[in-house]
Design a protein around this ligand. Structure first.
Ligand SMILES: CC(C)(COP(=O)(O)OP(=O)(O)OC[C@H]1O[C@@H](n2cnc3c(N)ncnc32)[C@H](O)[C@@H]1OP(=O)(O)O)[C@@H](O)C(=O)NCCC(=O)NCCSC(=O)/C=C/CCCCCCCCCCCCC(=O)O
Ligand SMILES: Cc1cc2nc3c(=O)[nH]c(=O)nc-3n(C[C@H](O)[C@H](O)[C@H](O)COP(=O)(O)OP(=O)(O)OC[C@H]3O[C@@H](n4cnc5c(N)ncnc54)[C@H](O)[C@@H]3O)c2cc1C
Length: 670
């Protein structure tokens, strides 16, 4: 074995200690053995040519070079996908999580094509008629046209109804006239729009026959396909450096009475006829928001995957890193042996599991609701909207906090871009804001919860995710504390019910004392966000536990044990995080809390020998991790030194600035 492929001895020891079958856990996380084998096959095809084809790491490049390099790699990856991978997966899997995962081997930051696959294509699939799909979809999937999703404007992101771009129908020419009437109406933020896209989905206020019908979606060509020049009437460009997403060419876009054919309005849900007659969406008023719901659903899986990457890096590094001494003269321990380090990291492993299983469950819920909607039934849409909103909010927010925790857990080296942790953080922190800000989305869930509360209060049976509200009205007093998984989940549901109840009471009291409903709601929003968070927490705890029980039914004993330890760690961790709530809404005592704390610390000890095995089970290839600290072989220090060789600043022993500036300064007299 050469030193290049030698596994670090501490990491090798950790793998010898691992007492469960790693592949079995990988299969569970992937959704079955077949899916794992399929993923591995795709990764082999896509990555074995050597994915990260950068001679100089992208962080050393200028903004221009970085963008060009990102386009170069996007094209290489797209050709691999088109020519080799789609043969295995089928065209319908273009943009699937596996391809998204494999794509990470090509980019530390973002592919300028991400929004094309992540939102432009889904908006064609979700918002166009079959005839329109036949026109646009094959060209989009074949990358003959490249799109973005331009909804947000300088003045409005959250409040979609406040968007100012107009699309006015002209029956004379059977065209829509797109216009940006103010500076605040300029589209701002759309990924891929600044330099890459030649088309985009534009969200605009629809006017026809002198009446505004609210926001609708349009497919708009913005650049010439031969020259890539912006078309007359289109003003487009890149918005400038940001905290992450620096290779995503987020753009701005304005229109000056720019005409598009009538058939470029996405007409699956509402139509404008040739004569300008508006035909309203028959089924539900918010179906034009469908692409956002789809992306929110996928973002839960994104949160899980990125957290899995971060914790794989941090756990492997913590097994390799030795620091301090426990007793004078004793060998320095692996930092993974510190309970405080385990406290930082094991919750991240458990959370990645919780989010992955919740993401699969949410995806199944999403496809079931879609199937119902195809039959014309939209009754389950409000619950899906409430669920996808709060799960998107919480998963992205928790993942952000835990990725940062993983970075802290790597000390100084976690600050190095070559660890990949800063990139992961910058990518995931944006997910907390885009596709619906954290607070705003929790308030959407709160609307649903208050309505569900009122239904339960009037004796109606409510939908499954809020069924605990029916129980709330049949039991008296605080929930009896019970330290079993089911008991902890019940208590969390009682906490949610208690908080929703307080919100309803506050709103009613405020209205009784003279406020109108809007002000009463507004004054209660701090509590409403809190209640929606509590509800969502209970959904995650419940789903994680249920899924582990279901998925480990036929597992080997050791796999069952370790996955149970993780889910118990998760339940116990959150019970300890929320002792205030538990004291308020359940009969938990001081003694019970002491027992919980001890249980938590014992779980850390039990999980410790399997920690490296657990992160290995995420099965994330080195090319995808792209981390000096987290590679499978644990050659941390060697990789840090190798990376230094790529630093252009080290190319010459003396920097030209020495002669230009430093030396004159040193020679100058005071
Ligand atoms: C919901 C709002 C906040 C408010 O809307 P409004 O119209 O004012 O509505 P309300 O009055 O509040 O509510 C009225 C009722 O409507 C209900 N409602 C609201 N929304 C929905 C909905 N979506 N579905 C159903 N029902 C809905 C609501 O509950 C009310 O009901 P009721 O009256 O109480 O009964 C809204 O304005 C809003 O959503 N704001 C947020 C704006 C937003 O999200 N913008 C997103 C812009 S796009 C963006 O941000 C993109 C970012 C980058 C994305 C990157 C994508 C990554 C994907 C990863 C995977 C990619 C794979 C690629 C593969 C590869 O690379 O290889
Ligand atoms: C990296 C990145 C990529 C993006 N990509 C795209 C893209 O491809 N296409 C696209 O169209 N958009 C994109 N966006 C825009 C994104 O969707 C919006 O920024 C996001 O929806 C938040 O809206 P906002 O910026 O208007 O925030 P604001 O709504 O102005 O939020 C500012 C603050 O006000 C609070 N707030 C706002 N409204 C309320 C309310 N009703 N109640 C309580 N509090 C409120 C928020 O909680 C927040 O604290 C992207 C954004 C980022 C950061």
């Amino acid at each position: 074995m050469t030193s290049k492929n030698k596994i670090n001895e501490d990491l090798a020891n950790e793998r010898r200690k691992c007492n469960f079958n790693i592949e079995e856990v990988t299969y569970i996380l992937d959704g079955g053995k077949e899916k794992t084998l399929q993923r591995k096959k795709i990764e082999d095809v896509a990555l074995n040519g050597g994915a990260s084809v950068d001679d100089i790491p992208e962080e050393y490049l200028s903004a221009r070079e970085r963008y060009e390099n990102a386009i170069r790699k996007s094209c290489i990856y797209t050709n691999i996908v088109k020519n080799e991978v789609l043969e295995i997966t089928g065209i319908e899997n273009y943009g699937s999580p596996v391809l998204r995962r494999t794509g990470d081997a090509f980019f530390k930051d973002i592919s300028p094509f991400m929004l094309h696959l992540g939102m432009f294509v889904p908006s064609i699939i979700g918002q166009c008629t079959a005839e329109q799909q036949a026109t646009w979809l094959p060209r989009a999937l074949d990358m003959k046209i490249i799109g973005a999703y331009a909804q947000t404007e300088l003045g409005h992101g959250t409040f979609i109804r406040g968007l100012e771009t107009t699309a006015t129908y002209d029956p004379e020419t059977e065209e829509f006239v797109l216009h940006s009437p103010t500076i605040t109406s300029y589209k701002w933020w759309a990924g891929g729009l600044g330099r890459t896209a030649n088309h985009c989905t534009v969200v605009a206020q629809l006017y026809t026959q002198g009446k505004c019908h609210g926001t609708h979606l349009f497919i708009v060509q913005i650049r010439d396909l031969e020259t890539h020049m912006p078309l007359p009437g289109v003003k487009v460009g890149e918005i400038g450096p940001r905290m992450g997403f620096n290779t995503a060419d987020n753009g701005f876009l304005g229109f000056n009475n720019y005409r598009i054919p009538r058939m470029n309005m996405m007409m699956k849900n509402a139509q404008v006829l040739k004569d300008g007659t508006y035909v309203k969406a028959a089924r539900h008023g918010k179906l034009t928001y469908g692409t956002m719901v789809f992306v929110r659903v996928t973002l839960v899986g994104e949160a899980s995957f990125n957290l899995a990457k971060a914790v794989t890096i941090a756990v492997r590094y913590s097994a390799v890193r030795r620091q301090s001494e426990l007793r004078p003269g004793s060998i320095e321990p692996q930092i993974l042996d510190y309970p405080t380090q385990q406290h930082k990291l094991f919750i991240c492993i458990a959370t990645a599991h919780a989010f992955q299983l919740t993401a699969s469950w949410l995806w199944n819920t999403f496809t079931a609701v879609q199937a119902e909607m195809k039959k014309g039934n939209v009754d389950t849409l409000p619950e899906l909207h409430a669920l996808s909103s709060c799960l998107k909010a919480l998963s992205t927010s928790d993942a952000t906090a835990y990725i940062e925790q993983c970075r802290f857990a790597c000390g100084g080296h976690g600050y190095m871009l070559s660890s990949n942790l800063p990139f992961l953080y910058a990518f995931v922190v944006a997910t907390r804001t885009y596709e619906g800000d954290y607070t705003v989305l929790l308030l959407q869930t709160a609307r649903f919860l208050v309505k569900a509360w009122e239904q339960a209060e009037s004796g109606k049976v409510v939908t499954p995710t809020v069924a605990y509200l029916n129980r709330h009205f049949t039991t008296n007093g605080k929930m009896i504390w019970d330290n079993s998984p089911e008991g902890i989940i019940r208590v969390f549901q009682s906490v949610a019910a208690g908080k929703i109840s307080l919100c309803v009471r506050s709103i009613r009291n405020r209205i009784t004392s003279g406020m109108d409903h809007e002000d009463a709601w507004l004054m209660t929003t701090v509590q409403l966000v809190n209640a929606a968070e509590a509800h969502c927490r209970s959904v995650i705890l419940h789903t994680y536990w249920n899924e582990i029980v279901r998925l480990t039914k036929h597992s080997s004993d050791n796999v069952k044990t370790v996955l149970n330890q993780l889910v118990m760690l998760y339940l116990t961790y959150w019970a300890l995080e929320r002792t205030g709530d538990l004291l308020r809404y359940s009969t938990i005592s001081e003694n019970d809390i002491d027992l919980l704390q001890r249980q938590y610390e014992e779980l850390l000890v039990k999980i410790r020998p399997n920690a490296v095995g657990l992160v290995d089970a995420f099965d994330i290839r080195d090319e995808i991790l792209q981390s000096t600290l987290g590679s499978y072989d644990g050659r941390v220090y060697e990789r840090l030194m190798e990376e230094v060789q790529k630093n252009p600043l080290n190319k010459e022993p003396v920097d030209p600035s020495f002669h230009k500036y430093l030396k004159p300064l040193m020679k100058s007299k005071i």
